[in-house]
Design a protein around this ligand. Sequence first.
Ligand code: PEP
Length: 260
Amino acid sequence: MPASAAPTPARPRPLVAGNWKMNGLEASLAEIAAMAGGYDDALRGRVDLLVCPPATLVGAAVAACAGKLAVGGQDCHPKASGAHTGDVAAEMLADLGAAYVIVGHSERRADHGESDAVVKSKAEAALRAGLVAIVCVGETEAQRRAGEMLDVVGAQIAGSLPAGASARNLVVAYEPVWAIGTGLTPTPADVAQVHGFIRERLAAALGEDGAGVRILYGGSVKPSNAAELMGVANVDGALVGGASLTAKDFLGIAAAYRSQ
Ligand code: PEP
């Protein structure tokens, strides 16, 4: 085979992940059961689904999913145990049957002052516990206006990626802070630029494995814009906040993959 005809790496299997944030009581488990019920064979053949409820519901969500959807946490402590009142260890999430954990969400970076070093230590805790780490990155509106978007995302990637990362244990979510919960989204061209940049950085950090790491887009994804956003190069799924709270909208977003 001539060098120019080297096979393009296979596109990673897409993942649509729901981040419930601080929403959800026991009654909300009915939505998770409905998600599992609506995750039909055709959809299962094309996309992975994950729901990340608050820590209080992780165990019950695992039961409600009946093995169909994966369940994840929204944060974890770097340590496996100890005197850290109110925190949850990655091992505790794994013990409940979680398979993923989100780390470095912009709300935690802002509300709890989490630095890249802290996010990295949490991602390493996830790997230690056998979880897949979803590492979130993204620029603020002011940083985008100042033209610092790629510098900010590049620094977050460099500072937050866990040692030992691979395509099997790492997902990166690009979430422009100004798009979260606002109804605003970047243009597909902007998303393509940042996702392409993240892919390059992953390849530089992880070699061939960088091509297999899923890069999710997050920020005001809805059923009505999912197909366009999920069709952008190097977008391997979505991290969804508000629209993941109901089975109807969450499955409506996943349905973008029926035609991809
Ligand atoms: C999020 O918080 O991860 C998110 C993407 O929220 P929303 O979809 O509501 O913008």
